[in-house]
Design a protein around this ligand. Structure first.
Ligand code: NAD
Ligand code: ZN
Ligand code: ZN
Length: 361
């Protein structure tokens, strides 16, 4: 008899997700099966379910790319992970391993990359199939619930901050202090930067101050750009834009110091105008940054294992997914919602039908 699991499924763009009973997937050769313990809800999942981007997933699919769990089955030939290991299934689900980008540790831009919860079914489900070569290895001291946001929001902001090329003592401005931003503030402080947090929500700004931001600015204030420029002595050396809002992009470029770098991470639908004279004459770099490599993942997790970064999480059951999306869309999530599977509601046990014996090394 086929063993079933619960999954939240996008059946059509812009429609509520359906909680469905679907077969527990069976890992093929070189794949592994993970029993989900927790999965964070990223704003990207909302873009995915709405079909916001030019490259779209194909419904029906299950979103979620912050899924953490234990390995419960190994496909033929898998040796890099073992049964019972705690791993995460990130956005970078797999890459070819052989192209110029993979060979130069830029696997994030591999043309053959697959994406968790987008081109592959993700973590809004009781079980996830994963590629063992690309899973995150969760340090022993972290719970699955607190690890979940780190494998997308954490790695993305840590990498994005590195991409600003700011140095210890420099100012970084972080636009958007939500799921990504609240971790960005902590990484930035741990990396030795002075932090200016920018958001449209006073609650998020108060939270940013509690997390150690040295300066906070409300993006809706007509003097916001000037407040950042004067507060940082001429603009931030590095700007990291996580806000899912086009307005934040033009503003963020204007907050960048001469010869500084503005790293674009947020992915709202659309385009923004670049003031050419200012960017050229001030030698400003504008740079996209997309999640991070496996090495970035190990580094980002190590900060948390060392107690320097901690995700603020709100636990919810899978059945709440449409309410969570509604709140995320309207900026009503304080930091990160994590779907908690640890009570396992209707979770069936990993069956001997799906769990194959580990292969000899
Ligand atoms: P979130 O909803 O948790 O947080 C967004 C924050 O931005 C909120 O605090 C909101 O108040 C704030 N905000 C909204 N408009 C603003 C404005 N005009 N100025 C300043 N702040 C504003 O979302 P999230 O999960 O942090 O994701 C943010 C974005 O990052 C999404 O577009 C997501 O798709 C993208 N993302 C990109 C990558 C990548 O690799 N580049 C990875 C993960 C997420
Ligand atoms: Zn994400
Ligand atoms: Zn490649």
């Amino acid at each position: 008899m086929t063993k079933m699991m619960q999954a939240a499924v996008v059946t059509a763009f812009g429609k509520p997700l359906e909680i469905q009973q679907v077969p527990i997937p069976i890992p093929g050769p070189g794949e592994i099966l993970i029993k989900t313990e927790a999965c964070g809800v990223c704003h990207t999942d909302l873009h995915a379910a709405n079909g916001d981007w030019p490259v779209k997933p194909t419904p029906p699919f299950t979103p979620g790319h912050e899924g953490i769990g234990r390995v419960v089955a190994l496909g033929a030939g898998v040796t890099i992970v073992r049964m019972g290991d705690r791993v995460g299934v990130p956005w970078l689900y797999s890459a070819c391993g052989h192209c110029e980008h993979c060979l130069s540790a830029w696997e994030t831009v591999c043309a053959e990359a697959e994406f968790g919860g987008y081109t592959k079914n993700g973590g809004f489900a009781e079980y996830i199939v994963a590629n063992p070569n690309y899973v995150a290895h969760i340090p022993a001291g972290l719970s699955p619930q607190e690890a979940a946001p780190l494998i997308c929001a954490g790695i993305t902001t840590y990498k994005g901050l590195k991409e600003t090329e700011a140095r210890p003592g420099d100012w970084v401005a972080i636009s958007g202090a939500g799921g990504l931003g609240h971790l960005a503030i902590q990484y930035a402080k741990a990396m030795g930067f002075k932090v200016c947090a920018v958001d449209i929500d006073e609650g998020k700004l108060a939270h940013a101050t509690r997390l150690g931001a040295d300066l906070v600015v409300n993006a809706r204030d007509p003097g916001a750009i000037e407040a950042v420029r004067s507060g940082t002595g001429g603009g931030a050396h590095g700007v990291l834009i996580t806000a899912p809002s086009i307005d934040a992009f033009q503003q963020g470029v204007a907050m960048t110091r001469k010869h500084g770098t503005c790293a674009l991470v947020g992915l709202p639908k659309g385009e923004f105008p670049v003031p050419l004279f200012d960017v050229v004459a001030n030698c400003v770099t504008i740079r996209g940054s997309f999640v991070g490599t496996r090495q970035d993942m190990a580094e980002a997790l190590a900060f948390a294992a060392d107690g320097k970064v901690r995700a603020d999480i709100e636990l919810q059951p899978l059945s709440a997914i449409n309410d969570i999306f509604e709140r995320l869309e309207h900026g009503k999530v304080a930091a990160r919602v994590v779907i908690d599977f640890s009570n396992g509601a209707a979770a069936p046990q990993a069956s001997s039908e799906t769990a194959k014996e580990p292969q000899p090394a």
